[in-house]
Design a protein around this ligand. Structure first.
Ligand code: 13P
Length: 229
């Protein structure tokens, strides 16, 4: 199983020192853990990296130049970043599917694995939205590209309400069908109020792992989840 911890804009250096100490003392076999801290803490995570992989929460759609405040994929590569979340619903208000496609291309060109977030805003919303997100964001890469799709129904993020296993399986089937049609066959993760209790039921879904937000802030609970999936 793959577990991605998205710290979003939380914690500070003092907290992250404790997080890494805790994780370094509690290695979990057989689960691929990818930690995605805010940009400024990436050098600290890179320097102290042990058994987990290092990811980021966003990247520029451009390779260099007049992009004040942005960070390029090649800059992330300098710090051993191997994965990067793109298209998170927290960011979709500021970017289009086209923008996200550019980010995915930059990451793939720099051999960083994009974790592409897709998902509907409201429960039972038509699947056309997800299909369009997939079609456009995957339009600039070829069939050999490595990436993960993170299915995150926006209505299930951060509220303690997860989608049911059968709901997730239905959406995952649609995602798999669409990416197959586009020539891909890549891992699919689920995100949205996953915790160390409900993961026992959710791991029965046809997914390859989880993208967790709030749970990342409790390293003890994150370690419990890692041992259960
Ligand atoms: P929660 O796990 O807090 O619902 O957040 C999910 C998420 O947005 C991860 O990217």
């Amino acid at each position: 199983m793959i577990v991605v911890a998205n710290y979003k804009m939380n914690l500070n250096l003092k907290d992250y020192k404790i997080v890494l100490k805790h994780l370094n003392n509690n290695r979990v076999e057989d689960t691929k853990l990818i930690l995605c801290p805010p940009f400024v803490y990436v050098p600290f995570f890179a320097k102290n990296k042990t058994w987990y992989a290092l990811g980021c929460q966003d990247v520029s759609a451009n390779s260099k130049g007049k992009c004040t405040g942005q960070i390029s994929a090649s800059m992330l590569k300098d710090f051993d970043v191997t994965h990067c979340i793109v298209g998170h619903s927290d960011r979709r208000a500021f970017e289009t599917n086209e923008d996200i496609a550019g980010k995915v291309k930059q990451l793939v060109d720099n051999e960083i694995i994009p974790i592409i977030c897709v998902g509907e805003n409201k429960k039972d919303e038509a699947d056309a939205l997800i299909i369009e997100q997939l079609r456009t964001t995957l339009s600039k890469i070829n069939a050999k590209a490595e990436f993960y799709i993170a299915y995150e129904p926006v209505w299930a993020i951060g509220l303690g309400e997860t989608a049911t296993a059968s709901y997730i399986n239905k959406k995952v089937a649609i995602i798999k069908k669409e990416i197959k049609r586009l020539g891909f066959n890549n891992p699919i993760l689920y995100g949205g109020s996953v915790d160390e209790e409900n993961c026992i039921n959710l791991k029965k879904c046809k997914v390859d792992g989880f993208l967790v937000g709030g749970l990342s802030l409790r390293t003890d609970k994150l370690i419990s989840l890692l041992g259960r999936v």
